[in-house]
Design a protein around this ligand. Structure first.
Ligand SMILES: NC(=O)c1ccc[n+]([C@@H]2O[C@H](COP(=O)([O-])OP(=O)(O)OC[C@H]3O[C@@H](n4cnc5c(N)ncnc54)[C@H](OP(=O)(O)O)[C@@H]3O)[C@@H](O)[C@H]2O)c1
Length: 307
């Protein structure tokens, strides 16, 4: 029997711009016969999904009016039911805390945390009606404590907590919540990221090349899981009758596990400072310490000469 839009399983995915994880998920769900609402801030970036047969609509998860419009659209199209909501939209902003632009930092949280909460609230009547599933795409960055990544890793850590809260609170209504710890996956994340060039007045200017090198590891786009492979595996897990609470998927996750395990083992000896040992060197903080100390010694010498 051919499924009509009212009997078809439906999914809405945020952040489906071409070449990313959302795009691959939209294509995967579509290939499995779902009614797919593929969304993005910029419709031009999801035109190919319309050509494929998906419903497309503009959606900025940080904009209440945009969310409300999406709810109205899906309600009208699908009789007030939504089976899956995939909160995928995200962005990276990398800089040191002293150089941070608060509005850019806030934007990361607005997208990854407040946006997820706003989407969940707005679509909850449709999801409850369907006894549906919410999937929040988090990141393995929550396992690493490194310089320059506080906005992204912080937002993903907050999201992980929010996912757990959502899972507990939505269970009585028959809605499942799945949190994904996403490893490295081919996408546009790192080309899209906000990586402001450092001002010469920054205290970190002397080590800008080390920060830039460490923020662009060569493995990022090479030899990592393709977005289509990620989408195929995740969709299979999400469409099982018994939904997992957590999904760990993507390349390099073993590094995260190993480092967390080592940090846990080393906890009694060096505690959380284990992470300082791991990331201080590559991110140039040790080199900066050397530079600062040298400058202080020179200033001291100058001072003595003057006396
Ligand atoms: N790829 C990885 O290695 C990796 C690892 C860990 C976690 N993740 C997570 O996976 C998710 C998907 O990212 P990706 O890797 O596929 O990167 P991507 O290709 O850059 O896709 C991110 C998507 O989010 C959209 N977006 C950003 N801000 C938005 C907003 N305010 N409202 C709606 N959409 C917004 C982007 O839209 P524009 O095109 O308009 O910018 C884009 O469509 C993210 O949440 C990311 O944190 C990815």
């Amino acid at each position: 029997m051919e499924m009509t839009s009212s009997t078809k399983q439906s999914v809405l995915i945020t952040g489906c711009s071409k070449g990313g994880i959302g795009d691959a998920l939209a294509q995967e769900f579509y290939s499995r016969g779902f009614l797919v609402f593929a969304t993005a801030r910029n419709l031009a970036k999801i035109q190919h999904l319309k050509d494929l047969g998906c419903e497309i609509l503009a959606l900025d998860v940080t904009d209440e009016n945009s969310i409300e419009h999406a709810v109205q659209y899906v309600t009208k199209k699908n009789g007030g039911v939504l089976h899956y909501l995939i909160n995928n939209a995200g962005m990276v902003y990398q800089t040191t805390i002293l150089d941070v632009d608060i509005s850019a930092f806030s934007q990361v949280f607005a997208t990854k945390v407040f946006g997820v909460v706003a989407m969940t609230k707005a679509f909850s009547p449709l999801l409850i009606q369907a006894k549906g599933t919410i999937c929040n795409i988090g990141s393995m960055s929550t396992y690493f404590f490194t310089a320059t990544n506080g906005a992204y890793a912080g937002a993903n850590s907050a999201l992980e907590y929010v996912s757990h809260q959502m899972r507990i609170e939505l269970k009585p209504f028959g809605v499942s919540v799945v949190h994904v710890i996403c490893g490295a996956v081919q996408s546009n994340l790192h080309t899209n990221r906000l990586l402001p060039s450092m001002s010469p007045s920054s205290l970190y200017y002397p080590i800008r090349h080390l920060i830039s090198q460490a923020s662009n590891p060569s493995f990022i786009q090479e030899n990592i899981m393709s977005s289509s492979q990620f989408a195929e595996t995740l969709t299979s897990k999400l469409t099982r009758e018994k939904k997992p609470a957590m999904v760990y998927l993507g390349s390099g996750l073993w590094v995260a596990y190993l480092m967390s395990f080592m940090a846990w083992c080393a906890g009694w000896l060096v505690g959380v400072r284990f992470w300082d040992l791991v990331s201080e060197g590559p991110m140039g903080m040790k080199a900066l310490k050397g530079i600062v100390e040298r400058e202080e010694r020179e200033k001291e010498k100058e001072g003595k000469k003057l006396v």
